[in-house]
Ligand binder design. Structure first.
Ligand code: CUA
Length: 307
């Protein structure tokens, strides 16, 4: 996964990377001038300098040049903000909420219907997509370094970031604000796809869950209901409609589990269900080790089969 601000794959990130290089070059020039002046003072001939020259050096080098340079830097430093925050003409909008400790993702289709997902973001290449950011718990910060700058998710306040990816690929996203025990477990995956592939994927996500057709998975579906998992999780097309935890309608299609902490495979899913706390300390999901190995495997077969 690409994760560097210097490996820009979005218009806002490219602008930030350019700014970074200009600032780096500028600071090298200032550093060389300062070192040169220091060497001159240390080794130069100790002859008195004319007073005008001394005042010129102090006023010019100490007041005028820094003020000018900092003003120019401020202008170019604030400019990417307008791009990151700009209104988006695009139809698809995405809402991302920071949870403890995962990401709630909601796509709104042009016809107004919504599709819930979690811990993974997909974007069409070459389009400006507005991402509405929110949190109803603590501060988080939404950051996909290769695509755009970081933007805080502040409880009680709506913030947004406009993402305009320029290349297809998979990018690492992270929470950039310390938010609690599992802050470091809030990595996520952002996949930039061609517009056609994105529409096809979103269409698939909008559809109801199609459970795997195996004895074990069918048993897992019964256990899911029996243990009351639907109180916290939704599986569209079934009676499960909880909203506290991530929507699990297509959980089996996600490339990773527990915000990119584990592979999405039956064994990992069973381990996660047994003890979420082991992977993500402080997670609100209770452990289900007491249901026993066979039932955990059945639950894992059901969940990883939801594609
Ligand atoms: Cu969420 Cu740090």
């Amino acid at each position: 996964m690409r994760a560097s601000i210097l490996d820009a794959a979005g218009t806002a990130a490219a602008e930030i990377a350019t700014l970074f290089w200009w600032m780096t070059a500028g600071s090298v020039v200032v550093w060389l001038l300062a070192v040169g002046l220091g060497l001159y003072c240390a080794r130069g001939r100790r002859l008195p300098h004319p007073e005008r020259f001394v005042w010129g050096l102090i006023l010019g080098g100490g007041v005028i040049v820094p003020s000018l340079l900092l003003s120019v830097l401020l202008y170019f430093g604030l400019r990417p903000l307008t791009r990151v925050q700009a209104a988006s003409p695009e139809a698809t909008t995405i809402a991302v909420a920071g949870e403890q400790w995962w990401w709630r993702v909601r796509y709104t289709l042009p016809d107004g219907t919504t599709v819930d997902a979690a811990n993974e973001l997909r974007l069409p290449v070459g389009h400006r997509t507005a991402v509405a950011l929110a949190s109803d718990n603590v501060l988080h910060a939404f950051w996909i370094p290769a695509l755009a700058g970081k933007v805080d998710m502040v409880p009680g306040r709506a913030t947004r970031v406009v993402l305009e990816p320029t290349t297809v690929g998979v990018f690492r996203g992270a929470c950039a604000e310390y938010c609690g025990t599992s802050h470091a477990r809030m990595d996520f995956r952002a996949e930039v796809m061609s517009a056609g592939a994105f529409d096809a994927w979103l269409g698939g996500q909008a559809a109801d869950a199609i459970p795997a057709d195996s004895v074990e998975a069918r048993r897992g579906a019964e256990l899911f209901t029996w243990h009351g998992c639907g109180a916290c999780h939704a599986v569209r097309g079934t009676a499960a409609a909880g909203t506290i935890g991530p929507d699990l309608t297509h959980v089996g299609s996600r490339p990773s589990l527990a915000t990119a902490s584990m592979r999405n495979a039956p064994a990992e899913m069973a381990a996660w269900l047994a003890a979420p706390d082991q992977t993500k300390p402080g997670a609100h999901m209770p452990g289900f080790a007491m249901v026993g190995g066979d039932d955990l495997r059945a639950l894992a077969a059901y969940l990883t089969g939801l594609r």
